[in-house]
Design a protein around this ligand. Structure first.
Ligand SMILES: [Fe+2]
Length: 408
């Protein structure tokens, strides 16, 4: 190989079809393989997200990139290879499947996500090390489920246990962010990053005293100042775990607001990354709709109105509009009262924003559960949605019913 075939470029100049000779400069602790063909955009994204900044390409080995069926990086034996190297596996596109088929898998994944979150929080609380690989892989599986059928996991974000707020909130934010990222047609790497940042975003809360973290009702100014430190603690924990800097940045920005009145940095406008703005929107939405031990969550429609009211000063107006489009007027998993005095759960969006597919499960006339029945409201004129509903308004144990009768 002639020396002048080697060229030093920035990561922003790297394209599929190039041959990476070596990594010259990178941040973060994860060392990556230094040689290989860049066969897809996913490789470029992956190198960027792992903190690669400058690299050397061998222009004599430039090639015509083919379809996505090629492995992402073709290895060459390298003297610098070490046991800490990681390789990005080729990920085949997930096949779309039905809501009911995905639901069982999604339920297992949801349960596992809560378990991992619990272990992670316990480890952080005790100052023990926790491998980044476990939540990272979980986030990838979460995105795979979203790709097979987003409605299954999104529906599960509505099934909450009041005492598990911290676990469920982080998991739900990861699910909704992945769904939102896919809706915006972001790349695999970007969507996985979003899910991962969502999953980790409130990890610092475990260092906040329980008396403040679980206080029913509003925090006073002093307590609020303590609570705000969760972002600082979270960033420290993630840096210690060796999480890539751009992910730490996303997490650090989830309470920043466009007008500069957020925290901890008081960043304004474009100083806040797009991923950070997306996380802020989804974090607020999930917090508003969550049932807590001291209050019921609000219906999705009301939460979406509140997000709108926070634009353009606090939240990104364009992103909020897109998030509303992504979730729909009647989000999957939300309950609705029908014109025939029955309650139903939204299970799928249709071409009509006001007439989704629903599962009818409760009679308000007889005050009893029904055998769940699927109805596509967009293909019937005899019944329509009367209004959004909350299980608590009608004093019914929807979670128990969901476990026994719907998620089977
Ligand atoms: Fe937070």
């Amino acid at each position: 190989m002639s020396e002048n075939a080697l060229k030093s470029i920035k990561i922003t100049e790297l394209k599929p079809g190039m041959y990476v000779h070596q990594i010259e400069e990178q941040s973060g602790k994860v060392q990556i393989k230094s040689k290989g063909r860049v066969t897809s955009q996913a490789i470029v994204d992956s190198l960027r997200k792992r903190g690669v900044k400058i690299l050397t390409v061998d222009v004599s080995k430039q090639f015509e990139p083919e379809g996505q069926s090629l492995p992402d990086i073709v290895d060459e034996p390298s003297a610098s290879a070490s046991s800490t190297e990681q390789q990005v596996d080729h990920k085949p596109a997930e096949e779309k499947i039905s809501f009911s088929k995905e639901l069982l898998r999604a339920e297992r994944l949801h349960k596992r996500g809560k378990g991992i979150q619990k272990q992670l929080l316990n480890a952080v609380k005790k100052g023990l090390p926790f491998e980044d690989k476990i939540p990272r892989e979980f986030s990838q599986n979460l995105v795979a489920s979203i790709d097979r059928n987003p409605d299954a996991l999104v529906c599960l974000t509505k099934i909450r246990e009041k005492d598990d707020y911290l676990l469920e909130h982080s998991l739900n934010v990861a699910i909704l962010l992945a769904h939102f990222g896919r809706f915006l047609e972001m790349s695999d790497a970007e969507v996985e990053d979003l899910a991962y940042s969502g999953f980790l975003h409130d990890i610092g809360k475990i260092r906040i005293p329980d008396s403040i973290l679980h206080k029913p009702g509003r925090l006073d100014d002093m307590e609020m100042n303590v609570m705000k430190d969760h972002v600082y603690y979270g960033v420290r924990v993630l840096e210690d775990m060796g999480i890539a800097p751009h992910l730490v940045r996303t997490v650090s920005e989830h309470h920043e607001r466009l007008d500069g009145y957020g925290y901890p940095a008081g960043s304004r406008g474009d100083e806040i990354s797009r991923a950070g703005r997306m996380l802020a929107v989804v974090d607020m939405y999930d917090a508003l709709t969550a049932d807590r031990c001291y209050k019921d969550g609000m219906p999705s429609q009301k939460a979406l109105q509140i997000l709108l009211a926070e634009t353009p000063d606090k939240l990104d107006a364009e992103l909020v509009q897109l998030f509303i489009k992504c979730m729909g007027i009647y989000p999957v998993g939300s309950l609705v009262k029908l014109s025939n005095e029955r309650l139903a759960m939204v299970v799928e969006q249709t071409a009509s924003a006001v007439a989704p597919k629903v599962k009818v499960f409760y009679s308000l006339r007889g005050n009893h559960f029904l055998e769940p029945k699927d109805v596509d409201l967009s293909s019937t004129t005899t019944v329509k949605i009367d209004k959004p509903a909350l299980a608590s308004e009608y004093n019914i144990n929807f979670n128990g019913f969901f476990d026994k009768s719907i998620a089977i």
